[in-house]
Design a protein around this ligand. Structure first.
Ligand code: DGJ
Length: 389
C-alpha cells in the first residue's frame, strides 16, 4: 500500500514538473506583436511581467519600464523586493533587467523590507547625464499616512539606483496659485482633528486649508507621476492634502529637488493616479477618483500651460465598463517614440487580495475635438496609430 502511494506520488510529481516545463516552454516561445489589455503579459523569459504602477522612459532607442514588484498574498503590494526594470525596442516584448532599486535588510533604513515604494517613475537629466527615480514612499507599518516622496539616482538607466532620501515636499513654500487673502490665513482648527480616511471617502472641505496645516512639515505626496517638458523643465504631479487636491511642482535643474514653485489643481476633487502628457501645445491630464484599490471612473483635463488653468473634460472612457476605467487605474501616458501624435494610456488592473496577479491595461489615446477618448480593445497594435503617424 505504502509502495503504491509512493509510486502514485512520484508519477504525479513527474506529470506536474513536465506540465510546468511545458507551460514555461510555451511562454518562452511567445513573441508578441500586439497588446492584449488585461491578459497575463509574459516577459522574454516566460515569466509574467512584474512592474505595477509603472512608468516608461525612452532612452537611446530603447524603452525602459520601471514598476513596483508585487508579491503574492495579503500585503503583497508593499515593497518586499523593490523596483523592477524591463527593456523593449518594440513595446510588445519586454526583457527583465532585474531589481534596480532594492529594499534594505536594515530595519532603520527607510527602504526596509515591507515599506511602501509606490508608483516609481524615472526621468533622464540631460545636463547631469543621470537617471533619477522618484516614488511615493510610506514608512513600514504605518499605512499610507506619512505620504512621502522618495528619490534615488543612477549613472546608467539600468541602475542600480542609489537611494538619496525620503521626505515631505516643499516645506515652507506656499502654492503660487492661491489668492492673496489665503496667504496669511491660518488653517481651520478642525483640520487637526478631522477623521481623514486617506482618500476613499471624499468628504472633507477644501476650506480646512490642509496645505497650510502642512506648511512646516511639507506637503503630503501620495500617487504621483513625473513629466518632462520639451524645454527640459520637469514636474512632480502628486495627490496631496489628504488626497483631496493635486499639486504640480517644478523640479530643480538637476531633478533632485524642487525650485519651490508649485500650484494646487482640482481642489477638493479627490483625484489620484495622475498621468500627464503634451500634445502640440496642449497639456493633458488623466487620473482617477479615490477608491483605494477598487476601480472608478477616470478623469481628464486639458490646459495650455502646465500652470493652468486646467479645464476638466470628464471621463475619457466610453463603452462597456467605462465607469470603471475598464477595471483599471491610470499610471502613465507613454508618447510613442519618433511619432508626434501617438500616446499609450497605461493602467493597472489591481488584484488587492493577491497583488502579484495584477494585470496591465494599455490602450491607445484618441482625440475627439479637444477631448481625449479611451476605448476598449481586446487586442490592438501600433498600426492603430498609422493613419496619424
Ligand atoms: C490607490 C492608489 O492609486 C495606489 O497607488 C495605492 O496607493 C492604493 N490606492 C492603496 O490603497
Amino acid at each position: 500500500m505504502k509502495q503504491h502511494f509512493i509510486i502514485f506520488f512520484m508519477i504525479f510529481l513527474a506529470i506536474r514538473v513536465e506540465a510546468q516545463e511545458n507551460s514555461r516552454y510555451i511562454a518562452q516561445e511567445i513573441k508578441y506583436n500586439q497588446f492584449t489589455p488585461g491578459e497575463i503579459w509574459y516577459d522574454t523569459d516566460g515569466n509574467p511581467i512584474n512592474a505595477h504602477a509603472g512608468g516608461i522612459l525612452f532612452h537611446e532607442g530603447k524603452y525602459y519600464w520601471f514598476g513596483q514588484i508585487m508579491v503574492p498574498g495579503n500585503g503583497g503590494s508593499d515593497a518586499w523586493v523593490g523596483v523592477s526594470c524591463y527593456s523593449s525596442t518594440d513595446l510588445y516584448n519586454w526583457k527583465n533587467l532585474g531589481v534596480v532599486l532594492s529594499v534594505e535588510d536594515d530595519p532603520s533604513h527607510p527602504l526596509t523590507r515591507g515599506c511602501k515604494i509606490e508608483r516609481p517613475k524615472v526621468i533622464y537629466n540631460a545636463s547631469t547625464g543621470k537617471f533619477i527615480m522618484w516614488w511615493h514612499h510610506d514608512i513600514k507599518g504605518q499605512g499610507h499616512r506619512n505620504a512621502m516622496t522618495g528619490i534615488a539616482v543612477s549613472e546608467g538607466v539600468e541602475g542600480p539606483y542609489e537611494f538619496i532620501r525620503v521626505f515631505r515636499p516643499l516645506a515652507e513654500f506656499l502654492p503660487s496659485n492661491i489668492p492673496e487673502s489665503l496667504k496669511d490665513k491660518q488653517p481651520d482648527p478642525l483640520v487637526y482633528t478631522f477623521p481623514f480616511t486617506g482618500g476613499s471617502v471624499p468628504n472633507h472641505p477644501d476650506s480646512l486649508l490642509i496645505f497650510k496645516r502642512d506648511l512646516h512639515q511639507g506637503q503630503m505626496a501620495r500617487d504621483m507621476t513625473l513629466f518632462v517638458d520639451e524645454d527640459g523643465a520637469a514636474y512632480h504631479i502628486y495627490s496631496s492634502e489628504e488626497n483631496s487636491t493635486l499639486h504640480i511642482a517644478e523640479l530643480s535643474e538637476d531633478y533632485l529637488g524642487y525650485t519651490g514653485k508649485y500650484i494646487r489643481i482640482f481642489p477638493g476633487r479627490f483625484m489620484e493616479a495622475p498621468a500627464l502628457f503634451k500634445r502640440g501645445s496642449q497639456y493633458y491630464f488623466i487620473g482617477s477618483g479615490c477608491t483605494g484599490w477598487a476601480p472608478n471612473a477616470a478623469r481628464s483635463a486639458v490646459a495650455s500651460s502646465i500652470w493652468g488653468p486646467w479645464e476638466e473634460l470628464g471621463n475619457p472612457c466610453t463603452g462597456a465598463d467605462a465607469e470603471l476605467t475598464f477595471y483599471s487605474q491610470s499610471t502613465f501616458i507613454l508618447p510613442v517614440a519618433d511619432t508626434t501624435d501617438a500616446f499609450i494610456f497605461m493602467a493597472d488592473r489591481w488584484h488587492p487580495e493577491n497583488p502579484v496577479e495584477g494585470r496591465y491595461v494599455w490602450l491607445p489615446v484618441q482625440f475627439e475635438g479637444k477631448k481625449v477618448a479611451l476605448k476598449w480593445h481586446d487586442s490592438w497594435d501600433l498600426n492603430h496609430f498609422k493613419p496619424i503617424r
